[in-house]
Design a protein around this ligand. Sequence first.
Ligand code: ADP
Length: 306
Amino acid sequence: MHHLIVDNVAKTYGETRALKGVSLAVEKGELFGLIGPDGAGKTTLLRSICTLLVPDSGSITVAGLDISRDVPAIRAILGYMPQRFSLYQDLSVAQNLRFFADLFQVPKHERPERLARLYHFSRLEPFKSRLAGNLSGGMKQKLALSCALIHTPEILVLDEPTFGVDPVSRQEFWEILHQIRAGGTTIVVSTAYMDEADQCDRIALFFEGEIAAMGSPAAVKGAFPYRVYRLSGTALQDLKTFLEGQPEVRGIQLFGDALHVSFSEKPSPETWREWARRGGFPGLRWEEISPSIEDVFLAHMAGETA
Ligand code: ADP
């Protein structure tokens, strides 16, 4: 069953077309990721889903409720963690949770059990007297998530919840999301970290207000039409310039100490040796790799798959 349906949604701010007719559908209990760089339109879509922004056109339904008509009903079943969350920095962990419990009118007799559950997965109980402003980045995000979950929403919307958080805390945060999902909650989460795409059941690659690709991470990677090679062991900038002149090359991206190069067909060992000789790259090493979401994404951005 579709829990969230976004149909041809467009939104313009002045000259900026933030969403250019986006459609997607999320199943009940699915963990769905919006993956894309800053400015791609993720926040605009998430705020629209949360009834905080009215799109110019198109429609959105959450559990069959229409964002343009059923605002209070949607807010009652939806939890939202905004991008730069406004935790009350001068309130303690426990006070923040109580504030949100009051805001969402969580009945007093249900609070102990809910808090116990939220403290269990966030592991924030030992810090419940600490001011939110004095928590680490990862702990702040876990508190913000707990506040978004206090009214046990059916659908949870998270806008870049791991932004600026260290890698260990990011992994821990995703583990918590998997637990929440296992409890049946639908989760829609945005991220600019491409490596987080693999944590999702399905993803939409967002770019300039449009969805460039959508499906399971494996399907999105599997649909990539080119062979990808990792090249190293030589002057990468010179190698990049050299390969840009070869007709077989579909795209080149620099990844730290290696180049990722995509080809429409697998080059033969003779071709590789010929390039190394002609270009003057005696130490050149090459290996075929499976494309990552980042390879797919960068190829879309460069227009290679257009
Ligand atoms: P993302 O969440 O992917 O970073 P946003 O939805 O925040 O993307 O932004 C999409 C585009 O819309 C960007 O070009 C951004 O600058 C623009 N934008 C977002 N909010 C506003 C606003 N309130 N006024 C004008 N432009 C905006």
